[in-house]
Ligand binder design. Sequence first.
Ligand SMILES: NC(=O)C1=CN([C@@H]2O[C@H](COP(=O)(O)OP(=O)(O)OC[C@H]3O[C@@H](n4cnc5c(N)ncnc54)[C@H](OP(=O)(O)O)[C@@H]3O)[C@@H](O)[C@H]2O)C=CC1
Ligand SMILES: O=CC(=O)O
Length: 291
Amino acid sequence: MEVGFLGLGIMGKAMSINLLKNGFKVTVWNRTLSKCDEVVAHGASVGATPAEVVKKCKITIAILSDPAAALSVVFDKDGVLEQICNGKGYIDMSTVDSQTSCKISEAITSKGGHFLEAPVSGSKQPAETGQLIILAAGDKALYEEAVPAFNVLGKKSFFLGQTGNGAKMKLVVNMILGSVMNAFSEGLVLAERSGLNPHDLLDVLDLGGIANPMFRGKGPAMLRDNHLPAFPLKHQQKDMRLALALGDENGVSMPVAAAANEAFKKARSMGLGDLDFSAVLETVKLLKQSS
Ligand SMILES: NC(=O)C1=CN([C@@H]2O[C@H](COP(=O)(O)OP(=O)(O)OC[C@H]3O[C@@H](n4cnc5c(N)ncnc54)[C@H](OP(=O)(O)O)[C@@H]3O)[C@@H](O)[C@H]2O)C=CC1
Ligand SMILES: O=CC(=O)O
C-alpha cells in the first residue's frame, strides 16, 4: 500500500520509518525539508508540498504539532485541500481539539474526500516500536482501509464513532497524564527536600498500586535532570489548554488540571518548552528554593 505522510517531527519520523520497515511505500513531506533525509534513507520518496503528496497517494496521514499546524497544512496554498477528491482519504493523527478536527473533516468531505481523525497515545518509544494506541473516529470505511497501517503503528486501535470523539478521548487521557506528571514531580522534590532518598521513592512506587510505566521510565532520568524530549513540554501544555477548554464547554470543574496547566505554562516561560514534559519538575524545584 502507498501512503503519504505529512510531518516528520519526533512522532512522524518514527511512524513513517516503521511503515517503510513493514513494506509500505511512503511519500513524505515536512515543512523543514532537511528532516526528510533520514526517512528517505529508509526508502521514502519526497513530495514538494502537501498537495503533491495527496495527489500521488490514495491515503495521506499527518501528525503535526497543534491545531494551527493541522489547519495550515490542509487549508493553506499547496495544502491538502487542493488535491483531495473522491476516492482519497486523509487521516490526521495530530493531537488537536474536536472543533479543529471537525473543521478539517467538513472541508475534506465537501471535496468528496474521506476523513478520519486518529490521535495516538504513547510517546517516542512506542512510536518507534509500533506500540501506539490509536484513537480513531470519523469515516468508518477509511478506518477499515487504514487498519493494516494502524496494525504496524500501534498495538491497539479504537474506533470511537463520530469525528471529534478521537480528539476528545486523547485530550482526556493527556489531561490525566499531565496532572500525574505534576504530582510525580512534586513527590520527587518533596522526598528529596525532606531527607529521603528519591530513588527509594521510585522503588516504593513501583511496587504499589500506582506503579506505572511513566514513573518507571522517566523517574530515573528526572533524578539526573535529564529531560531529553520524547513528548515536548510545549505539546503537553497545549493538550492541557485544550482539555481545560473541553472542561469549560461541558461544565466540568478541573482544579487539578488547571494547576497542572499553570505549572506547564511556567515551565514554558522558563524556556523549557522544547524539553520533555518531565521538565515541569524544574518549576517545583524553583518554587521550593524561593520560599
Ligand atoms: N511526542 C510525543 O510523545 C507525542 C506527541 N503527540 C502529538 O503528536 C503531534 C506531533 O508531536 P511531535 O512529533 O512530538 O512534535 P514535533 O514538535 O517533534 O513535530 C511537529 C511537527 O509539526 C510540524 N509543524 C509545526 N508547525 C507547522 C506548520 N505551521 N506547518 C507545517 N508543519 C508544521 C513540524 O515541522 P518542522 O519540522 O518544520 O518544524 C514537525 O513536523 C502533536 O500534536 C503532539 O501533541 C501525541 C502522542 C505522543
Ligand atoms: O501525548 C503523549 C503521550 O505520551 O501519549
